[in-house]
Structures are given as C-alpha cells and as structure tokens.
Ligand binder design. Structure first.
Ligand code: XMP
Length: 507
C-alpha cells in the first residue's frame, strides 16, 4: 500500500482517488502523524499545501525513515520542501502560475516520464517557484514558465513535480502516477472491488464471530452496500431496521423494503410516519426540523434495537471522506471532535460497539464494490437523498397535505427523468414546495395555488454543483403534467443556481 502525507492541499483526496484507480490501496495521513506501521507502506507521496516553505508556518514532516529508504514522490509543496531544505532554493514567482501549462522539455529515457512527451498538458497551482534544484537534483521536465517543473534526486528513488498529476486537467497525470508507483516503486495493483469484498468479509467474520449486529438502512447506497457486506459475513445475525419517517419519496418505503427483502436481508420496516410528522408540527426553522427528525429517529431506533436480544454491535455506512483527519491551514492536524453531548443520557444503542465496513472507501468505490457483489443498479445508481427527506424541501412549516403534494410532484419529476433517460446523467434531483401562492386561471376560474421549484444538479461530491441544462421539451412536459395532475399546484419554476453561491437544497 501507499502512504499519502497530507499538507492540507485541497487536492489530497484526489491523489488518493487516482492512486486507487490504479487498483493500488493507499491511505491519507497528516504530515506530522506518520503511521507507526510505516514498514507496511511500500511508497510515499507528499501532497501539496496552501502553506509556503519560506513562511513562518512551514510544515516540517519527519522524513528520516522515508527519504532514501522508500520510493518517494513529492508533489507541489512537497517538491518545494525537498528543494528548499536540501540545498536548493525556493522563491516567490514573478508570474502567476495557476491553471494549465504544457511541458516544453521532457528528459529522454526516464521511466518516470515514460509515455509522456513534450507538449503534455499539466495543471499548476502555486505561488512559489523552485529557483534551484536540491543537491544531486536532476532536471526531468520544464514548462514555458516553470523551468524546474520536475526533478529526481540522483542515487535515491526520490521524484518531485511542481504540477498536480492528480487533477484531470493534467492529461497524463494518471500515467505519471502509474510510472512512479508501478514501474519505479514496484507497488502491486491488487486493490480491486473483488479483493476488497473477500478481505472485508473475512475480516468481519473474524471481528464479529457469532455476535448480533444492528444496522439502520436508509435506502441509500452506503447503508445498502454495508448491509450486503455484513450479510455475506454473518448472515442472519445482521438485523436491519428501515424506518419510514413519512418524509420519503412516494411509495419509496414499500418498494425499497421489498428490494431489501429480495436481496435476502433480514430487515424490519418500521412505519413511524405519524411520530415524525407529529414532532414536526409547527416547526419551520430548518435546523429545528433537522433536530426534531434526528431526535425521533434515535428514539425509534433505540426502541427497535432493544427488541433484538443480546445485540452487541451497531453497523454504520461511514465512508472514507468522513474519517480522513484534515490538516488545518495553520499546520496542526485538526482533530475531528464528535459531538457526544449528553454522555450520561445516550440511548442504549449508542453504547454498542461500532463496525464500519466501508470506512476505507470513496463513494465511487462503494458503488463499484456494490456492483461487484451483484447489487441492483436501481439501488447503486440512486440519487443522494437527504436524511430529513422532504421536510427540508417544504419551506416553512409542513403538514401531511403538503407532504402528499410534494410527493406527487417529486414522483412525476423523477419518473419523467427516468423515462427520458436523464436520471443517470443527473447527480441529484428533486422538487421543492415554496411557501408562496400565486394567481392562475383554470377554465374560467381564477386560482390561488402553490408554486413548486424543480432542481436538478450535476456534481461529484455535493461540495460544488451546477444546475443541469434539461431539455426545454422535458421541462415543458413535466410542468404540464404536474399542474394538470397535482391538485393545489398551479405554477412550476426551474432552479438555475449553482453551488456556490447557492446550495443544492433550499433549506
Ligand atoms: P447542500 O444543500 O448543503 O446539500 O448543498 C449538499 C448535499 O447534502 C444533502 N443534505 C443533507 N443530507 N442531512 C442529510 O443527510 C441533511 O440535513 C442534509 N442537508 C443537505 C443534500 O441533499 C445534498 O446532497
């Protein structure tokens, strides 16, 4: 496996994803928390950083057990760090060095640049520049503006690049990582969905033995894949609970429950709609809605978990981005503090031991693992859906009638996306019920009815998003169908805001 030492770059997770795409397992650790089992890592990559090697906030990794001892690739800040502290020179650059550039020189016959030639596009993002290579540095590549764009250290398996191979705009970035990791560092490409499933199932068997495990299914990809993995490992000892909070999509509870049963899961559907909707009565503040839903969920789940005799574990669908320890801009790895308020009064299920079979995976890997276990595309390709469900898509306070209206509207929108073959091209879609009534005419009558907004976005992780350019004819037909079929709605609008500055949800 490969160790990625993080210096706080916004691209660190991308490095990990590119490495994993090569079927190589890697882990991200803060630069100043080098894992104690360093021997188990075959190679090390140093990430970029928002910091400067010349400033007071220079981040000093302890490379004594790494440099010269393992194949080392230093990216951006890493490359500057090696230069600055090993006999070279780093200075502020005169020209802006952001965005695309092309290699204007590539040294011949270097395994590191095998298959990559002059002209290849690379992505730069730095304000310092390497003026002079470190001791024993050998220049490997340049761009028009950056002479020392890549170098190696003679006598070591140490390579450094100023540009970012991990971003897609560096056209040959993946090739470069492959050259380094496979050809130079000799790391094995054995990290595949199949190998992950085999190893994880074995590990779960060993960890859980004959113990009972409880897991909350949400209908989403993560909890579903976690359930199937656990089911493979411990079969009927996995007790799944799927709660209907009354805020799911139309018919979702019944259809997803059926799907889960079809997959052989031991799943109990709990219809707690009334409890949730009662708790939400007259609540209009979005955060209070989320709190109320969270609280009722915990009560319902706790009641259900108590019915399982002798349960020892709580399984969660946590994924890798949730557990990576982040490096803050000031250099200290910022501890992720879990808000375990109210320790004395924790519900009983929270005192269970935690098992998180997906915590090493990125989202796209979760899907690949699911697919390799033969899971249905219907579940794996499902759009993300917020835990508080339709409650945060009904602006202001909600009631049962509003939920019904929005479910009808949402179902028409989503069904049409599927019918037009647009569902898989959209990252997330849904309808929002607005707290405004507007005037309309139906026949000879004036109406004064509700307005709904449709939202469809493309994104990779939900952090940034853009609205989808849906065909006019699609919008026309969908709008018509909604207004004709859903009583109480006389106007449909389409949200054309990007995130940032807007967000995906309206609350
Ligand atoms: P925003 O609106 O912040 O949404 O751009 C980003 C992603 O997060 C989802 N989302 C939530 N998911 N509980 C959830 O489980 C929440 O309270 C919540 N709020 C937003 C949203 O659907 C989108 O995918």
């Amino acid at each position: 496996k490969v160790l990625i030492l993080d210096f706080g770059s916004q691209y660190t997770q991308l490095i990990a994803r590119r490495v994993r795409e090569l079927n190589i397992y890697c882990e991200i650790h803060p630069f100043n928390k080098i894992p104690t089992d360093l021997d188990s890592f075959k190679s090390v990559i140093l990430s970029g950083s928002p910091n400067s090697v010349r400033g007071e906030d220079v981040l000093h990794p302890d490379l004594s057990e790494i440099r010269g001892k393992k194949p080392l690739l230093a990216v951006c800040y890493g490359a500057q760090y090696l230069a600055h502290f090993s006999g070279g020179e780093v200075a502020p650059s005169n020209t802006r060095e952001y965005g695309r550039a092309n290699l204007s020189f590539v040294k011949d016959n270097e395994a590191f640049f095998s298959g990559i030639s002059k002209g290849s596009q690379v992505w730069m993002s730095h304000s310092d520049t390497i003026k002079q290579l470190p001791t024993n540095g050998v220049l490997l590549a340049s761009t028009h503006d950056v002479e020392n764009a890549a170098y190696k250290i003679e006598g070591e398996q140490t390579y450094a690049i100023q540009f970012h191979p991990e971003v897609y705009h560096s056209t040959d970035g993946k090739q470069l990582l492959e050259n380094f990791l496979v050809t130079i560092a000799n790391v094995e490409q054995d990290w595949t969905p199949q190998s992950f499933v085999e190893e994880t199932v074995d590990a779960l068997k060993a960890q859980l033995g004959n113990d009972k495990v409880v897991l909350g299914l949400s209908g989403g990809v993560d909890s579903s894949v976690a359930a199937i993995l656990l089911h493979k490992a411990i079969g009927k000892n996995l007790y799944c609970i799927f709660v209907n909070n009354g805020l799911l999509r139309k018919n979702e509870f019944e259809s997803v429950l059926k799907q889960y049963e079809g997959m052989g899961l031991n799943v109990k559907g709990v219809d707690a709609s009334a409890r949730f909707l009662d708790a939400l009565e007259d609540v209009s503040d979005p955060e209070l809605k989320r709190k109320a839903i969270g609280r009722v969920f915990i009560e319902v789940f706790d009641d259900e978990a108590h019915l399982i005799e002798d349960v020892k574990w709580l399984a969660q669908g946590t994924i890798y981005p949730d557990v990576i320890e982040s490096v803050s801009a000031t250099g200290g790895p910022s501890a992720t503090i879990k808000s375990h308020h109210n320790v004395g009064g924790l519900p009983d299920f929270m005192k269970l031991k935690i098992v998180e079979p997906l915590k090493a995976l990125f989202k796209d890997e979760v899907r690949r693992v699911g697919a390799s276990m033969g899971m249905d595309k219907d579940i794996l390709g499902r759009h993300p859906f917020p835990g508080p469900g339709l409650a945060i898509r009904i602006l202001g306070s909600l009631n049962r009638e509003n939920v019904r209206i929005l479910q009808e509207v949402d179902a028409i929108f989503i069904d049409n996306l599927k019918a037009w073959d647009l569902y898989d091209k959209v990252w997330q879609a849904g309808a929002i019920l607005l707290p405004v009534n507007s005037v309309g005419v139906m026949g000879d009558e004036r109406t004064y009815e509700k307005c709904v907004a449709l939202r469809a976005v493309e994104s990779t992780d939900g952090m940034t998003a853009d609205w989808v350019n849906l065909p006019y004819e699609f919008l026309q037909k969908t709008s018509n169908e909604i207004i004709n079929k859903v009583k109480g709605v006389n106007r449909v609008v389409y949200d054309i805001s990007s995130k940032p500055p807007a967000t995906i949800e309206w609350e």
